[in-house]
Design a protein around this ligand. Structure first.
Ligand code: MN
Ligand code: MN
Length: 471
């Protein structure tokens, strides 16, 4: 059962390949901090690899799809499915790589802008599970869209370019924090205190002779007024436009190599880009696979896989139905059979052993950084509750596939039996009666603004996903 640190096992060629994957992965992390940015980049890469828009084929009234045909379908700019036809008929089922492309963050509220103490703030509601105290005093960036009433979409990215301003959430100075530090960790920083500091400059005063009641009023909110003026000048936005905006606050800055040995990567959003990126790369590189392949990258996992763009949506099932139809094989029964004959690696990050918090883990059944791709037979907590418990038969088959391809892998649980747990998208696909297992990459400081992974584990995930797709 012993697993080795992968860096012990690599030859020079493998090290070079690992560094190549890691460099591309870092670029992906830096460019794709939100689900929308991820989908845009995934579609760009897919199209460059010869993928065509399924909806265009549907609109054209069909297509002559041969083995090797590559199609993609986007859901509302936030989720995407890639399909590649193999030698075997579609009805034999798909080999599916699934992961999510949303990450914990702060979302801007619909009526967010206020001034207090001559400081202007955007009010937020955090998204996903976060330790709120981790999100104060860091440089933060704004990513997202504002949709105007006329349908025009304004794309926003502020805080990523080196000349951009950044934002932050303030914290109470240590000198006055005696009472704050007595509070439980969950309340040290309250959710309603997560306000994004966006301004302090007051609007220039109007000429005295022009002063009327209105300017008197704005003078009292002169910092907010100045922010509104800037939003109008720079982006053509009115305050009301926040109503139809999706603005996400993420840590500002690029993904970095970490450690003196540069063995790791420190970045925002590695849950779940550490799985989504290798899944995408494996999918795009596959040539001549026997079975049909699918890479499914979805939104909203961090808040329960809900909504039209989350895994619980019919988006995936509808896309498969359309694919069957394009192949001239659609029937309700064929759809059910195809899904049932499919198999999936549901990929999400796993908690890596952290010696500073050793008591949270069971040493023989925890993932270790640089020990390779992780398989979680089950996740869940307190009696495996909420888990997709993969079949032993499926695991037996996977061991063979991984060993044949020389993939280094390990098995793990999230933490100690009764300590907690987390969900993934695995159980949702399992509802179709297909074989599904949780797999992924170990992470330190999961859900923190900056998370740590090992380059080796991302590399092994990529190798493992490729072997799975080709199996
Ligand atoms: Mn997560
Ligand atoms: Mn995740």
């Amino acid at each position: 059962m012993e697993r080795k640190n992968c860096f012990k096992l690599y030859n020079e060629a493998e090290r070079a390949q690992l560094e190549n994957v890691a460099a591309d992965y870092r670029r992906f992390l830096t460019d794709c901090k939100t689900e929308r940015e991820s989908v845009r980049e995934i579609v760009r890469q897919a199209r460059a690899a010869g993928y065509v828009d399924m909806d265009e084929l549907i609109a054209a009234g069909g297509a002559d799809l041969q083995p090797g045909a590559k199609l993609y379908r986007v859901c509302m700019g936030k989720a995407v499915a890639l399909f590649r036809l193999g030698e075997e008929p579609l009805l034999a089922g798909l080999n599916i790589l699934g992961a999510h492309i949303d990450s914990p963050r702060l979302d801007i509220k619909q009526n967010p802008l206020f001034e207090d103490g001559e400081l202007a703030f955007l009010d937020t509601h955090y998204y996903g599970g976060i330790k709120k105290y981790q999100w104060v005093t860091l440089p933060l960036a704004l990513h997202g869209v504002v949709v105007k009433k006329d349908g025009q979409t304004v794309d926003i990215v502020i805080g990523e370019d080196k000349d951009d301003p950044v934002f932050c959430v303030t914290d109470l100075l240590i000198h006055l924090a005696q009472e704050q530090l007595e509070k439980k960790g969950a309340r040290v920083v309250e959710g309603e205190a997560l306000n994004l500091l966006v301004g302090n400059a007051a609007q220039a005063e109007a000429e005295p002779d022009k002063a009327d009641e209105k300017t008197e009023k704005t003078a009292k909110q002169a910092v907010k007024a100045n922010i509104l003026r800037l939003l109008k000048e720079k982006y053509g936005l009115e305050e009301e436009d926040f109503v139809s905006a999706e603005l996400e606050v993420t840590p500002a800055g690029a993904a970095r190599e970490a450690g003196l040995d540069r063995s790791m990567i420190l970045a925002y959003g590695q849950d779940d880009a550490a799985c989504a990126y290798p899944s995408l790369r494996a999918m795009l590189e596959v040539e001549n696979s026997r079975r049909c392949a699918c890479c499914l990258l979805v939104d909203k996992e961090e808040i329960g896989s809900v909504g039209a763009t989350g895994m619980q949506s019919r988006f995936f099932e509808n896309a498969v139905a359309e694919l069957l139809n394009l192949c001239g094989e659609f029937s309700e029964l064929n759809l059910r059979r195809l899904l049932q004959h499919s198999r999936m690696l549901s990929s999400d990050v796993s908690s890596a052993f952290d010696p500073a918090y050793a008591a949270a883990f069971e040493k023989n059944n925890v993932a270790y950084l640089s020990h390779g791709l992780v398989f979680n037979k089950f996740t869940g907590a307190r009696g495996k509750s909420g888990s997709n418990d993969a079949n032993a038969e499926y695991l037996g088959w996977l061991r063979q596939v991984m060993d044949e391809a020389g993939v280094h892998y390990q098995t793990a649980e999230l933490g100690k039996v009764d300590l907690g747990g987390g969900g993934t998208i695995a159980y949702i696909l399992a509802l179709y009666g297909m074989e599904v297992i949780d797999s992924g990459v170990p992470v330190l400081s999961m859900h923190a603004p900056w998370e740590v992974v090992s380059k080796a584990d991302v590399f092994e995930a990529y190798k493992g996903y490729k072997a799975f797709i080709e199996a």
